[in-house]
Write a protein that binds this ligand. Structure first.
Ligand SMILES: NC(=O)c1ccc[n+]([C@@H]2O[C@H](COP(=O)([O-])OP(=O)(O)OC[C@H]3O[C@@H](n4cnc5c(N)ncnc54)[C@H](O)[C@@H]3O)[C@@H](O)[C@H]2O)c1
Length: 434
């Protein structure tokens, strides 16, 4: 059975279905299509499918012309009709894995997707989960659900996990340039998955189990949340000691080994770093183990917006102004530089906290013309010297490239620079750094 599938994969005749066409699923689906496979993308969101069918991408890293080219070549199509899964040889699941509460995973999207896959699963299919999740999900959750179809793992179908490592906004590493880790529930599943990804991705690393592959992703993302938490703590310490943390990081990174720079900011955002490590935290708790590093860094990062509000309050006080009487402009509301993604953005938390303090707050972001999220309904200001000059303080929250920082500096009364965009400016009268 697996020889047939292996041949289909090697000759690129295998039909690939990608379930969930978001930041991860869409670029992945198009990479397979570009690599010569016939790919169908499935999503429950009809609006997204409509846009894709019209050749319009909603993901910054996926240009419309690339999408259109693959649609015209009939290598890619998008649909909400899940019965197409019955014609697929490979099914890759890329649905969201958010949190239900602060430290509790919400695996309902995976469960929903797998239930649908089960309905249409046919003999000889390879199913791969890409969504980031706690170790054991593939074996404990997906396997029993798929076997409810009456088909047997390892005999009738193959199941594997392969974490997505995409870095939105990163122009250097396209999906196909990032080495891929794969782990199967059976050796055959691992090998098939390795062959599949190896046909479009340069470097594939096979591990011995799906759990090892699941844990690899969580090690990587926990490494980031912990180091970001640590550098944010260092930034707070440095401020107390009167030392410029940015200068210290620049100096430390001259060491050619044993140090990797991380930078402070308003915390962490997006769908991955604030949430994935908490999947591991939750799973370890089931085994009676509490990860102190993950919890501590998650807590430090989530307190950064409050810390910035506290600093702003202190600085304004020196200028005989209160937060309540002040007008503040927040620059950059997405969670990451040059990425149009507001999910879990700490800038939004900052705006909420300022509003709670009764500050008059506005925002500017070149990528976000208006905000309609949670309790926030705002329109970005026009960024001109006249408008900037109206604010008591400008906070550089996210450092998008497409902003005229020299103009802002010239026009602003005072700047709180949380991203060190003015690191090279000599005259620091108006600038306070995080
Ligand atoms: N965004 C990233 O940078 C990134 C990087 C690596 C890994 N991941 C992980 O990849 C997974 C997907 O993340 P994302 O950022 O692409 O999410 P996303 O929200 O951008 O996209 C998920 C898509 O899945 C669709 N969906 C939900 N339930 C579905 C179902 N039952 N069937 C079909 N479609 C369904 C949604 O409509 C949405 O379009 C998550 O586990 C995430 O942690 C994300």
């Amino acid at each position: 059975m697996s020889t047939d599938l292996k041949q289909k994969i090697s000759s690129k005749k295998a039909r690939v279905a990608v379930v969930g066409l978001g930041y991860v699923g869409l670029p992945l689906a198009l990479s397979f299509a570009e690599g010569g496979f016939h790919v169908v993308g499935l999503d429950t969101d009809q609006d997204r499918v409509n846009l894709l069918t019209q050749g319009k991408s909603y993901i910054t890293d996926v240009p419309d012309h690339e999408l259109r080219k693959l649609i015209q070549k009939k290598r890619f199509s998008a649909t909400t009709q899940f019965d197409v899964l019955a014609n697929s040889d490979v099914i890759i699941i890329c649905v969201p894995t958010p949190l239900k509460r602060k430290y509790t995973p919400d695996i309902s999207f995976i469960v929903g997707a797998v239930r649908t896959v089960k309905e249409f699963l046919k003999k000889g299919t390879l199913v791969i989960l890409e969504s980031t999740t706690y170790p054991g999900t593939t074996k404990e959750l997906i396997l029993p659900e798929l076997e409810k179809s009456g088909l047997k793992n390892g005999k009738d179908f193959y199941l594997a996990f392969s974490p997505e490592r995409i870095d939105p906004g990163n122009k250097k590493y396209h999906v196909t340039e990032i080495p891929k880790v794969v782990g199967g529930l059976t050796p055959e599943a691992g090998e098939l998955t390795q062959t599949l990804y190896g046909s479009v991705i340069k470097n594939v690393h096979l591990v011995s189990s799906a759990e090892a592959a699941e844990m690899t992703k969580l090690l990587e993302n926990s490494f980031r949340i912990i180091n970001i938490g640590w550098i944010n703590e260092v930034a707070i310490m440095c401020q107390k000691l009167g030392i410029d943390v940015w200068e210290v990081i620049d100096a430390a990174k001259t060491k050619p080994f044993g140090f990797m720079p991380f930078y402070p900011g308003l915390g962490v955002g997006g769908h991955c770093i604030p949430e994935d490590p908490l999947y591991l935290y939750w799973k370890a708790k089931q085994y009676g183990f509490s990860s102190k590093y993950i919890k501590l860094s998650a807590d430090i990062n989530s307190q950064m917006p409050s810390y910035v509000v506290m600093r702003l309050g202190e600085i304004l006080k020196k200028h005989k102004k209160s937060l309540k009487a002040a007008r503040i402009l927040v620059m950059g509301v997405t969670y990451k530089k040059d990425v149009k993604d507001l999910r879990k953005s700490p800038s939004l938390k900052l705006i909420e906290l300022l509003k709670e303090a009764k500050t008059k707050v506005d925002y500017y972001d070149p990528l976000i013309p208006y905000l309609k999220i949670g309790g926030l309904q705002m329109q970005r200001i026009d960024l001109t010297p006249r408008t900037v000059a109206k604010y008591d303080a400008v906070v550089i929250a996210t450092d998008h490239s497409e902003v005229e920082y020299p103009m802002v500096l010239k026009a602003a009364r005072f700047i709180f620079d949380a991203r060190n965009v003015y690191g090279q400016v000599k005259d620091r009268k108006k600038i306070v750094k995080l």
